[in-house]
Design a protein around this ligand. Structure first.
Ligand SMILES: [Zn+2]
Length: 280
């Protein structure tokens, strides 16, 4: 557990999946990235979909929702989807599904959204019955009307299920959800309306890196995902954020990193690298 101001932060280690290594590391040659994350025999890398749980002001807030269970066998196989350990992880934190008050989506790509739903009699129903859901308005719009490149990532059954929920609360721009917890627009390099989450207090700051910094292997500013819609914008967004994070000793949270949950950063020889690793 990590305390920042009046908030306590925990990780829910709910699920893993695998993605093609080349897609995860963009233009980086395999001889370089395979040293960082070992691929399987199909050239896929195993990634975490850890959820950040923030508790404060009587709220139990989750950042993102992983993939969950509403997948057919073909998709489970393609992504080598692990079991869904949500209830066990919530139980470790002394919580149940109904205790989750808010879910912040960094964006609505399926590996961040789908776990908020499960299938019941052929319908997608919410996993968290009392939650409110926050997403940037621009991201909701692009998810409802995706461009051709992102269509396979914004899966319409899940996006439409979300759009029907009473608890959906789209936001526009930066906003403070509870004192010390802000939603921070992250530009449109990864996707339109992508946002990060910043938690600040008692001299400490943690930033959830969303898909701008999915893992510690993506600290190099040109190490982007093939899924990014504007790679050059991602470079610019990373430069600005990394400068601030190094200078202010910000803790960066990596939702997809197979090994490292979070870390402070320092300037290395070629690019910014991990300094102190934190596990919580
Ligand atoms: Zn994404």
């Amino acid at each position: 557990m990590l305390s920042i101001g009046d908030c306590t932060l925990q990780t829910l280690d709910v699920q893993e999946f695998s993605l093609d290594g080349g897609s995860v590391f963009g233009a980086v040659p395999k001889v370089l990235w395979e040293k960082v994350i070992r691929p399987d025999h199909l050239n896929r890398v195993r990634l975490s979909m850890r959820l950040l749980l923030v508790r404060g002001q009587g709220r139990n807030i989750l950042v993102d929702a992983a993939m969950g269970t509403a997948w057919n066998d073909k998709m489970k196989q393609i992504y080598d989807l692990s079991e869904w350990r949500l209830d066990r992880e919530l139980q470790k934190a002394g919580l149940r599904r109904g205790d989750i008050t808010d879910i912040i989506f960094t964006h609505l790509h399926f590996d961040h959204l789908a776990g908020a739903f499960e299938e019941e009699n052929g319908e997608l129903v919410p996993v968290f019955p009392h939650a409110r859901y926050y997403v940037q308005q621009d991201n909701l719009q692009t998810a409802l009307h995706p461009n051709l490149k992102e269509k396979p990532s914004y899966l319409s059954p899940f996006v439409e299920a979300l759009s029907r929920l009473d608890g959906l609360a789209p936001v526009k721009g930066g906003t403070e959800l509870i004192p010390g917890l802000e939603l921070v627009p992250a530009g449109k390099g990864h996707t339109e309306g992508h946002q990060l989450v910043r938690i600040t207090g008692s001299g400490k700051t943690l930033v959830h890196g969303g898909d701008l910094f999915p893992s510690s292997a993506h600290l190099g500013v040109t190490r982007g995902l093939t899924y990014d819609i504007a790679p050059l914008e991602v470079v610019g967004e990373k430069i600005v954020l990394l400068d601030e994070m190094v200078d202010k000793r910000v803790i960066l949270y990596f939702a997809h990193d197979p090994l490292i949950t979070a870390a402070t950063l320092k300037r290395g020889e070629k690019h910014v690298v991990v300094d102190d690793i934190l596990d919580f």
